[in-house]
Write a protein that binds this ligand. Structure first.
Ligand code: 3PG
Length: 306
């Protein structure tokens, strides 16, 4: 089978080597399309492939239609808002992700961002320690749990809101279950977002929530830009010059935010949460293995469009 790695933001070379070893070791052919700049390149590259590994690359209905032999696509990572699942299902393409494989890298970045903002974006002046401060984890999944663990090690208090995780489990792990999102925003110095971009969450981080934060409150976004209500974020930053927003997923209006609120807002130049050799190896090799397993045994573990 022909397996394509299509990554606009490429994996570390060491991860690509590992993917190749797994694919070729199982008797498959591996082809690469890295750092592509145009959708046309992707459409051409998928024409004769049986399987695809992607990162945040958009696998749209157009891409699926341009890949008549495609049987499986694996998003090497957690969030799968870049995959058109109905289009995959319609064409009989199995879609998977690799949950948990890059979580530690993202969690480390979330912690780094909290410290970076607490130290005035590494500019001179008096900053704040995170020890003794309270962080609210919005969605206690793979990344949220790791942020909680690391925050506790730094002496922070941790609260979490997740309607899908029993409160007892959080308590067992030393985390205070929030009764509501409103309560969590009211009580926390930091809120770290780990929610997917789905209809229920898109635009949900709004004025009503952010404006409840205590003085100096900081929202940390290593999730998706779509979950932020950007016009309301602007309003809250205007009304509350003490509030901060740090993001690894640049807003649609990032240039405006940077210009208006340079001390309150920071965005990484390019999404880098999962940009570590370890995360690339974990997620990339897992994706390759899942494809080989599917071809060898029909294993559909982690299938998203069942
Ligand atoms: C994910 O959903 O796994 C992360 O957002 C990482 O995305 P990336 O592979 O585009 O860096």
């Amino acid at each position: 089978m022909k397996i394509l790695v299509a990554t606009e933001k490429p994996f570390a070379a060491v991860a690509v080597n590992g993917i190749r070893q797994i694919a070729e070791g199982a008797g498959h052919e591996l082809v690469l399309l890295e750092k592509y700049t145009d959708k046309a390149q992707l459409l051409e590259a998928v024409a004769d492939v049986d399987a695809m590994i992607v990162r945040s690359d958009k696998v749209t209905a157009e891409v699926v239609a341009a890949a008549p032999k495609l049987k499986i696509v694996v998003r090497a990572g957690a969030g799968f808002d870049n995959l058109d699942l109905p289009a995959c299902t319609e064409k009989g393409v199995v879609a998977m992700n690799t949950p948990g494989q890059n979580s530690n890298a993202v969690a480390e970045l979330a912690i780094a961002m909290m410290i970076f903002m607490s130290r005035n974006q590494f500019t001179p002046g008096t900053g704040m320690e995170v020890k003794g401060k309270k962080v609210g984890i919005q969605a206690y999944g793979n990344v949220g749990r790791l942020v909680a663990e690391k925050a506790k090690a730094l002496g922070m208090e941790v609260m979490a809101f997740d309607p899908f995780v029993p409160a007892e489990k959080m308590v067992e792990e030393g985390v205070i279950p929030a009764e509501s999102l409103e309560q969590m925003y009211e009580q926390c110095n930091f809120v770290s977002l780990h929610i997917p971009a789905i209809p229920a969450t898109i635009g949900s981080i709004n004025y009503n929530l952010i404006s409840r934060m205590p003085k100096g409150g900081c929202v940390v976004n290593t999730a998706r830009k779509e979950v932020i209500n950007e016009p309301e974020l602007v309003k809250v930053l205007e009304d509350r010059p003490d509030i901060k927003y740090v993001t690894d997923v640049a807003a649609a209006i990032q240039a405006e935010l940077n210009e208006k609120f340079p001390k309150q807002v920071f965005a990484t130049p390019k999404k880098m949460g999962a940009e570590t050799a370890e995360a690339n190896i974990n997620a990339g090799l897992a994706a390759a293995q899942q494809i080989c397993n599917y071809f060898a045994t029909g294993c559909t573990k982690f299938q998203l469009n069942k």
